[in-house]
Write a protein of this length. Sequence first.
Length: 144
Amino acid sequence: MASRIVVGVDGSQSSRAALRWAASEARLRGAALDVVYCWHHPLETFVPAWGVPPWDDLEAEARRRLDELTSAEGLSPDQPPVTNPILLQGPAAPALIATARGADLLVVGARGHGAFAGMLLGSVSQHCVTHATCPVVVVRGEDG
């Protein structure tokens, strides 16, 4: 079975650092790199009178962000490491844990966009460290 590394990204400094670290590690190991970006419909943030953006718009924006993150690091499916961008709808922690089943490594940033200032470890990274079935690397970014 081929070696595989899974990395979660959300655009935060920590996740960008995790993506760079995971890409470098995948190159060293000759592993495939699954880059996972999770999105969800933020119903609770909208006032009903304003309406809710269509699912397709939210998914398209998430796809654009994922593509932007991978291309900013020079990653593509046809160059080492072989990169597989994965867009998932739903909460990040369970999606990352499920995607990492059978992987050699799961890489996450220490804190994402939703973390409180000063936290050493965000809720997603904490959940992954606690529940993943493979080794987990937590990478700190310039923001923490």
